[in-house]
Ligand binder design. Structure first.
Ligand SMILES: NC(=O)c1ccc[n+]([C@@H]2O[C@H](COP(=O)([O-])OP(=O)(O)OC[C@H]3O[C@@H](n4cnc5c(N)ncnc54)[C@H](O)[C@@H]3O)[C@@H](O)[C@H]2O)c1
Ligand SMILES: O=C(O)C[C@H](O)C(=O)O
Length: 328
């Protein structure tokens, strides 16, 4: 029997990530090839015409899985009945800006959209925040939507995770699909810690295969941390196709499960695991089954890594304070 359509909200749908993301969702890349979808697309009034253009293209593409499109500038209409919410709406970082610079503009959006989601989304709606500062926007959304279970509110660090896999595959000249179990710890920012201490290729430790600790502890980390800025420098626009694709990876693995023996990175509400302060949205290694994520426990953390885990946690605590000061 055919499945009931799932309602998927994309905010900021007239923007560049939105434009890459909605056709992926309509093709089944996010929720599977047997899952019909109804897209709810939200943007702000100045983008209404462009949003309508995206809707026209979705109709023109005749996606078999797409059972309806709601394109609106009304946040209540956009949030009503949605099972998944991909929060992309906001102001992107431009060349020379740090993520903190977009804080003031973006956290207030997340406060007001939290209430709309809480009141109007379907019960058990799963939320993925993409817009920067992603971890802190997700935290604000969580705090201003207290009845949404905290396990349902996440942010995107899968792009950083995939970037780490990509860098290792290029360095070792192996298929990216053979590189497993990298970890992104912390903030989706330049303090994130891309950790390959537990990563493998064909079952062999990446650290042994690369055999160059200086590169792994230096250039590799920096490249992943700075990749967003490098894309902005090259394109004069921030990453979009890779962000959209990684958002699909994030939701797909969350809903359909991670493969046996594989973990991924997700920004989730910290429960204090690995001595990360509770009450932050922090990126951890997770496995997913039955629609729930679980932090991978028991990984060894050496002294080098400990410092990096703490540094990015400190930045997130500072962002939290700054976010609240922007809202008051
Ligand atoms: N977490 C990640 O890995 C990651 C990766 C890339 C980009 N990003 C972030 O994603 C966000 C979107 O990037 P983009 O390149 O698509 O930007 P964009 O400017 O092309 O699109 C953003 C869209 O959001 C809309 N918008 C603004 N305020 C809104 C509101 N209150 N409600 C609904 N929509 C609203 C804008 O009108 C615009 O259409 C940025 O914050 C960017 O920094 C995050
Ligand atoms: O770096 C940015 O501002 C854009 C995005 O977060 C990215 O990582 O590509």
């Amino acid at each position: 029997m055919a499945k009931e359509p799932a309602r998927v909200l994309v905010t900021g749908a007239a923007g560049q990530i939105g434009y890459a993301l909605v056709p992926m969702i309509a093709r089944g890349v996010m929720l599977g090839l047997d899952q019909p979808v109804i897209l709810h697309m939200l943007d702000i009034p100045p983008a209404a015409e462009a949003l309508n253009g995206v809707k026209m293209e979705l109709v023109d593409a005749a996606f078999p899985l797409l059972k309806g499109v709601v394109a609106t500038t009304d946040v209540v209409e956009a949030c009503t009945g949605v099972n998944y919410a991909v929060m992309v709406g906001g102001f992107p970082r431009k060349e020379g800006m740090e993520r903190k610079d977009v804080m003031t503009k973006n956290v207030s959006i997340y406060k007001s959209q939290a209430s709309a989601l809480e009141k109007h989304a379907a019960a058990n709606c799963k939320v993925l925040v993409v817009a920067n500062p992603a971890n802190t926007n997700a935290l604000i959304l969580k705090e201003f939507a207290p009845s949404i279970p905290e396990k349902n509110i996440t942010c995107l660090t899968r792009l950083d995770h995939n970037r780490a896999l990509g860098q290792i595959s290029e360095r070792l000249n192996v298929q990216v699909s053979d590189v497993k179990n990298a970890i992104i710890w912390g903030n989706h920012s330049s303090t994130q810690y891309p950790d390959v201490n537990h990563a493998t290729v064909g079952g062999k430790p990446v650290r042994e295969l690369v055999a160059d600790d200086e590169w792994l502890n230096g250039e590799f980390i920096k490249t992943v941390q700075q990749r967003g800025a490098a894309i902005i420098k090259a394109r004069k626009l921030s990453s979009a196709l890779s962000a959209a694709s990684s958002a699909c990876d994030h939701i797909r693995d969350w809903v359909l499960g991670t493969p046996e023996g594989t973990w991924v990175s997700m920004g989730v509400y910290s429960d204090g695991s690995y001595n990360v302060p509770a009450g932050l949205i922090y990126s951890f290694p997770v496995t997913c089954a039955n629609g729930e994520w679980k932090i991978v426990q028991g990984l060894s953390i050496d002294e080098f890594s400990r410092k990096k885990l703490d540094l990015t946690a400190e930045e997130l605590s500072e962002e939290k304070t700054l976010a609240y000061s922007c809202l008051s």
